[in-house]
Design a protein around this ligand. Structure first.
Ligand SMILES: C[S@@+](CC[C@H](N)C(=O)[O-])C[C@H]1O[C@@H](n2cnc3c(N)ncnc32)[C@H](O)[C@@H]1O
Length: 468
């Protein structure tokens, strides 16, 4: 980006200003300010004031903003505000300035060169020469710069409003047009104002929600409260080049899993089959089908199932995906078991994906004795399982391998790979164990059904302060 050689200096408090009363002048300014900024400068009005402020904002070096806190500190009266009054964020700062006639702006720009700065009391020889040549009097004047809500970043607004000394972190996850926040206790009295500020300051965000409980529903969706905006929960997102649509209030979606989705999909080859036990709205299933795989995808949540079907159509892979709406264990012992013998006789790969990290390791016992031992001779390759699990242990690798082995009833040590997906919370990791389903498990005489005739009920998910 090209910066103006004559620029606002907050640390030394000098402001260069131009008379921008006409669009012709704005054009001249455009040669001095970054292109993106000109749009902003021209948008509000053709008045010089607005243009000037827009320029001041952008030309201020980031590191100087802290050094000149007065310029970005709104009136003290906004402290404690709970309903956003944007007008209350207006104030005037007196700043030293150099007046530069509009006619010489271009000349000055050329003479000054990109690195030149004009300092108030100590113009260097080159600086003074450039200014004098251009007929600019070396007189520093006072300029009353009017600042408004528009000039502030969301953090600056919130720091001015929330109680002094308290954390104003205003981070959020973005899901399409929805900003998804996880506000702390002390921020709750200001929640609607925070939502409004996030919406004002983030292009494309038209709805702000706050998580109202821990993620403890079976379907892994959040309970949420709308803080600001239109309340439209049907989001459209793109992940790894694929478009998904879903009702964010009723299904699971986590933008932090895009790398993991991509990692697994890249393991697949065209012609492989993917058996997705906890498919959600399709972030493994849809890209796998787009890659030329056949997919059986299941989810217990009827809403996820509905949006999964929708996303298959949206991405024109409905012919490659068969979708099911049942418990994961029933899926493994039903459609997956039916499909497996024929698949294992073929040469293509078979991948089982199990992304329900709070519980998936416990579902692995459903593979015990899944197939008739008489079929074991016909088998070429074995299905490759990618099973997710959370761990809070000091050695999460070992922990998930031990739990997977216990659930399968066969040791995996030395015949699996373990991938750290992400750190979910302090001392809580999300892991993925990948392994070829051992023959002695798949063709065991003891099935999970014969070992325990009653199917274990789906356990209530453990509460956690995290988004999984
Ligand atoms: C963590 S999400 C993962 C969704 C998707 N695979 C992804 O990567 O985003 C787990 C999914 O499992 C579903 N689920 C929860 N319990 C289930 C069960 N017992 N059987 C099948 N699906 C279940 C939830 O509805 C949710 O969509």
């Amino acid at each position: 980006m090209r910066m103006a050689p004559v620029m606002f200096r907050s640390a030394c408090r000098i402001l260069t200003f131009v008379n921008t009363q006409s669009s012709a002048n704005l054009q001249r300014v455009s040669q001095l300010v970054p292109r993106a900024l000109l749009k902003q400068a021209c948008a509000p009005s053709s008045s010089g004031q607005l243009s000037l402020k827009a320029c001041a904002r952008e030309l201020m070096p980031e590191q100087s903003r802290g050094a000149d806190s007065a310029l970005y500190t709104p009136p003290a009266g906004v402290r404690g505000m709970t309903s956003l009054d944007r007008e209350a964020f207006s104030w005037t700062v007196s700043v030293p300035a150099l007046r530069i006639p509009k006619e010489v702006l271009n000349k000055l720009a050329a003479a000054a060169g990109p690195g030149l700065r004009f300092l108030p009391s100590s113009f260097s020889g080159a600086e003074a020469e450039a200014l004098q040549k251009a007929g600019v009097p070396l007189e520093v004047q006072n300029y009353e710069l009017r600042m408004t809500y528009e000039n502030l970043k969301s953090e600056e607004v919130l720091r001015a409003v929330l109680p002094e000394g308290q954390d104003v972190t205003s981070g959020f996850s973005r899901v399409g047009h929805i900003a998804h926040m996880n506000l702390r206790e002390h921020q709750l009295p200001y929640k609607n104002l925070i939502g409004q500020v996030i919406m004002d300051k983030t292009p494309g965000i038209t709805c702000v929600v706050n998580k109202t409980n821990t993620i403890d529903s079976t379907y892994r969706n959040f309970q949420m409260e709308v803080l600001a905006g239109d309340g439209n929960m049907v989001a459209k997102v793109r992940e790894n080049g694929v478009t998904y649509e879903f009702d964010f209030s009723r299904v699971y979606w986590n933008p932090r899993l895009s790398t993991e989705h991509e990692r697994v999909v890249e393991l697949l080859r065209p012609g492989d089959t993917v058996l997705d036990v906890f498919a959600g709205v399709g972030p493994f299933a849809v890209p796998a089908a787009r890659r030329g795989c056949s997919v059986l995808a299941n989810d217990l949540n009827p809403e996820s199932h509905r949006w999964l079907l929708h996303n298959c159509k949206l991405n024109k892979v409905d012919g490659k995906v068969r979708a099911f709406n049942m418990d994961g264990r029933a899926f493994i012992r039903g459609p997956l078991r039916e499909a497996l013998p024929a698949l294992l006789r073929g040469a293509a790969g078979v991948h089982v994906v199990m992304n329900l990290p709070a519980l998936a390791l416990e579902f692995l016992d459903a593979f015990r004795g899944l197939l008739d031992p008489g079929l074991s001779q016909d088998v070429g390759g074995l299905p490759r399982v990618h099973c997710y699990g959370f761990s809070k242990q000091d050695d999460p690798h070992r922990d998930v391998v031990d739990r997977a082995s216990a659930s399968l009833g066969a040791p995996l040590e030395g015949r699996c790979s373990v991938h750290l997906v992400r750190n979910v919370a302090p001392n809580k990791e999300m892991m993925c164990v990948s392994f070829a389903l051992p023959k002695e498990v798949l063709f065991s005489n003891h099935s999970a059904e014969t070992d325990s005739p009653e199917e274990p009920p789906t356990k209530k998910q453990k509460s956690d302060d995290t988004a999984d």
